[in-house]
Design a protein around this ligand. Sequence first.
Ligand SMILES: Cc1ncc(C[n+]2csc(CCOP(=O)(O)OP(=O)(O)O)c2C)c(N)n1
Ligand SMILES: [Mg+2]
Length: 378
Amino acid sequence: MAASQPPPVEIAPLRVLRADGTILDPEFIDSVPASDIARLYAAMVAQRVYDDRMIKMQRQGRLGFYLACTGEEACAYGPAYALRDDDWMFPAYREPGVALWRGFPLQTWVDNLVGNCDDPVKGRQMPVHWSARAQNVVSISSPVGTQIPQCAGTAYAMRQRGDDAVAICFFGEGTSSEGDFHVGLNFAGVAKAPAIFFCRNNGYAISTPYEKTTATPHIALRALGYGIRGQVVDGNDLFAVIKAVREAAAFARAGHGPTLIEAKTYRLAAHSTSDDPKAYRSREEEAEAAAQDPLPRLRRWLEAQGLWDEAREQQTQAEASEAILAALARAEAKPHPPLTTLFDDVFAARTPLLEAQALELAAHLSSGDSAYRASGGH
Ligand SMILES: Cc1ncc(C[n+]2csc(CCOP(=O)(O)OP(=O)(O)O)c2C)c(N)n1
Ligand SMILES: [Mg+2]
């Protein structure tokens, strides 16, 4: 069989907005209502406020664990905006914005972080492993890369069913060295699945710098090996991210198959609340990266259009702060999930073995050991 022409791999980073807030591609701006851009910026500002609050909560011992999106907001809000609500999303742990943008209630997100009775996963997951089923956003998995073959398979299934929706998954550049990356991209390439593989290249996999995880200069180049489209994009440029994801979605919906997008960005925060980046990167490097921060870049453009000012910035931050504090207060006042729910949702109905275990636990709890009552177990 004759080899077909491979799709292109673009390694010159797609960019619409310069760091100084001026526009390289005026045509793009005509394709997005200005009011939407202001709304996206406000959501990104709010995300930063939420992240900051959650880190403080962890430091106060009120939250077990947290991972911030700081510096990578354009890589969450851009794709969420670019796609349709019926497109499936498979995020990693750093993109709560993809669900929040689609209307995942802030309260439910916080209930999950705290693990109370209104947490959709009933306190059985670590914080950050939220689930937003109504938004077509699939639960976060701890083992990195799990979402890549899941996304490929979902995209393939949708195509087989005749849906014209696409599936997108998000992962870091470190994760692109996992076996699941190969499995997912190879399958999607062969099946021409309508998938978008969105790699946030933020420079580090915890303390491991990019150069120690791969010898390829660009993750997007790996697309060549799977015969799929590849695109490097400036991941600190919200407009460029929207453009890249729109193009990838149009390509997939037209039946041409998947795209691997590499968004070059930088993790301005620590990896997680268990990490201290001072141990492995310099202040100079961080300051250089902060100069590319996606938020001030977008703000400069908005201000030049008369769509934003300091008063609006202050108001947005204050409203976000108020909203997250109120959600946290409500979340902390709620009880834990009932212990009996521990056996739910493994299967559609409890199996006899699970039922027996539930009865055993109930008998044990009613045996009178006061330790359970003291710890609030119910
Ligand atoms: C299979 C697996 N191996 C190791 C880990 C531990 N781990 C959690 S996050 C992480 C780094 C991932 O880095 P990257 O993919 O670049 O994503 P980033 O955190 O930078 O967004 C590692 C090694 C894990 N969760 N799963
Ligand atoms: Mg990384």
